[in-house]
Design a protein around this ligand. Structure first.
Ligand SMILES: [Zn+2]
Length: 75
């Protein structure tokens, strides 16, 4: 017994040329500076990255563990 499946012809997905967007300005990137649109944006991104993307500097004092001055009697 076979259920008759409804085969709906759907439009094939058109393969578009991969056009990465420049993460800086949003313009379509170029092969020479993928995924950036220009060397300038590439530098901008690089600069951002070096500036403090991976180095988060904070002048906040490190949190102290909640264990000083607190007495607790369990059981
Ligand atoms: Zn750009």
């Amino acid at each position: 017994m076979s259920e008759d499946d409804r085969i709906v012809p759907f439009p094939e997905r058109r393969k578009k040329a991969r056009a990465p967007r420049c993460p800086i300005c949003g313009k379509p990137g170029i092969a020479a500076h993928e995924p950036f649109c220009s060397a300038r944006c590439q530098q901008v991104d690089l600069g951002r990255w070096l500036n403090g993307s991976y180095r988060v500097e904070t002048d906040e004092a490190p949190e102290e563990p909640p264990g000083s001055g607190g007495e607790r009697s369990d059981g």
